[in-house]
Write a protein that binds this ligand. Structure first.
Ligand SMILES: [Cu+2]
Length: 458
């Protein structure tokens, strides 16, 4: 029986092939010579199928108590109509286990999609509660019981698999990217796409992909009319391209593989060059395996400043929020609440918040405690600014919002698809706040503000 290596995501198919081959060998062994095998048939790895169901509003896993041994594979099969996933509840898992990318499985959006969970050495003996993240409110949950098997359990707390997984842990996203000015006046930037591990929620490191080791990727800021030259280096183990979202670029700089350029192969680089145009809040993101690469963190913001902004657009400072969903969870700037970083301001201040949605779902973002004013859509100034307290962002949209709060306090600003802002139930059986929740702390000198310091540790 070959050891089951813990490989990055891409090795899954191979692992499955190995496993199927092992099953076949074991089957042949027991068929040819049932008495000679060291391993009894009882130990043969199994494939356990579990359906994800949602017919008639009855959200459930077909098997709510799954008994498995290390070496087994659980095939979660999407048989419903709504997106489902498998997320293990960390604080209900055996002490010290580190499931890595198995903590949260991908969203299965279409009927027939499959998530294969390998019960490998990371799974120590014990019980693991799991939920479907979007439908935890509907009690779509179950328990996995692991005991024994033909793969040895890692020492709890050890990281026996760490050498096979990306070592780099990402840093705070959207840090402004430095550039050099070339002899021809072009501003030259460098982006590197690679795999990292990323803390989306406290204590849980997800396997992710990032530009320059941060999620979202660095903030690129230039002025309209600047000549821009960006080298994109692909250190992933799969091809990549970068698309400049909302910018007017020559067709061969648009980053669409097979249409406007060849994919950038692993180890290669590609130089994108264009004139920054038009001014406004713009984005960049992967366009190769985009559904998975973008969801894994390969996106960032591209701000093109106006050359002569009218005085009416002056603000005290700016902030940026990029929404995401998928394997990293329901995130703002790559973090789920309570790791989302609060916006702190004084009553009377004016902040421009550049918001964008690079997830795959709609997120109606509702702010408590007054209103904000939308002044631009997709980077273009609105003829008539619009006051709102709920702004729905479709995938790919950007909005510029002026925050000039009317009341002091600690105000939350959350996605009103409540399953995007709710975590697993706590020990008392109550829903927890998690996911796509931002916080705006407005100091008016009087109102007692909530202490957010124990919520964030950055
Ligand atoms: Cu949402």
């Amino acid at each position: 029986m070959p050891a089951t290596p813990a490989t990055p995501r891409r090795g899954r198919a191979l692992r499955t092939a190995n496993l199927l081959a092992s099953i076949l060998v074991l089957t042949l062994l027991s068929a040819c010579n049932p008495a000679s095998g060291e391993m009894s048939e009882w130990d043969a790895p199994r494939v356990i199928e579990v359906a994800m169901l949602d017919a008639n509003g009855d959200f459930r896993f077909s098997d709510e108590r799954i008994e498995a041994r290390r070496g087994d594979v659980i095939r979660f099969v999407q048989e419903g109509d709504m997106p489902h996933n498998v997320q293990f509840v960390r604080n209900s898992s055996p002490d010290g286990v580190e499931l890595g990318d198995a903590w949260t499985g991908p969203y299965l959006n279409k009927k027939g999609e499959v998530y294969e969970l390998h019960i490998d050495e990371r799974f120590a003996d014990g019980e693991y509660e799991f939920v479907c993240t979007p439908h935890v409110g509907f009690e779509m949950r179950g328990t996995l019981v692991v005991s024994g098997g033909n793969v040895e359990a890692a020492e709890p707390g050890s990281s026996r698999t760490a050498h096979e997984r990306p070592e780099v842990i990402g840093e705070k996203g959207l840090q402004e990217l430095e550039y050099t000015v070339a002899s021809d006046g072009a501003k030259e930037f460098h982006l590197t796409a690679e795999r990292i591990r990323w803390e989306t929620r406290e204590g849980s490191l997800a396997d992710a992909m990032a530009y320059n080791r941060m999620i979202p990727g660095p903030l690129i800021r230039v002025t309209e009319g600047d000549r821009v030259r960006i080298t994109v280096e692909n250190r992933l183990d799969e091809p990549h391209t970068t698309h400049w979202h909302g910018l007017f670029v020559p067709n061969d700089m648009d980053g669409v593989p097979g249409i406007s350029q060849d994919p950038i192969e692993p180890g290669d680089s590609f130089v994108y060059e264009f004139v920054a145009d038009p001014a406004g809040t713009r984005l960049y993101h992967s366009h190769f395996n985009a559904m998975s690469q973008e969801a894994a963190g390969l996106y960032g913001m591209f701000v093109i400043e106006e050359r002569d902004p009218p005085a009416s657009r002056q603000v005290d400072r700016e902030e940026q929020w990029i929404l995401g969903d998928g394997p990293l969870g329901y995130v703002i700037n790559g973090k789920e609440f309570p790791l989302t970083e609060p916006i702190e301001m004084k009553l009377g201040e004016r902040i421009k918040l550049r918001m964008a949605n690079l997830g795959g779902m709609y997120h109606p973002m509702h702010m408590h405690g007054g209103f904000f004013t939308v002044v631009a859509k997709d980077g273009f100034a609105l003829e008539v600014p619009q006051k709102m307290n709920t702004l729905s962002l479709a995938p790919g949209e950007t909005y510029d919002v002026i925050l000039d709060p009317q009341f002091g306090g600690t105000w939350i600003w959350h996605c009103h698809v409540l399953s995007h802002a709710t975590g697993p139930r706590d020990a008392d059986g109550n829903e927890t706040a998690a996911g796509m929740i931002g916080v705006v702390v407005v100091d008016d000198g009087e109102t007692v503000l909530a202490d957010m310091s124990n919520h964030t540790h950055h």
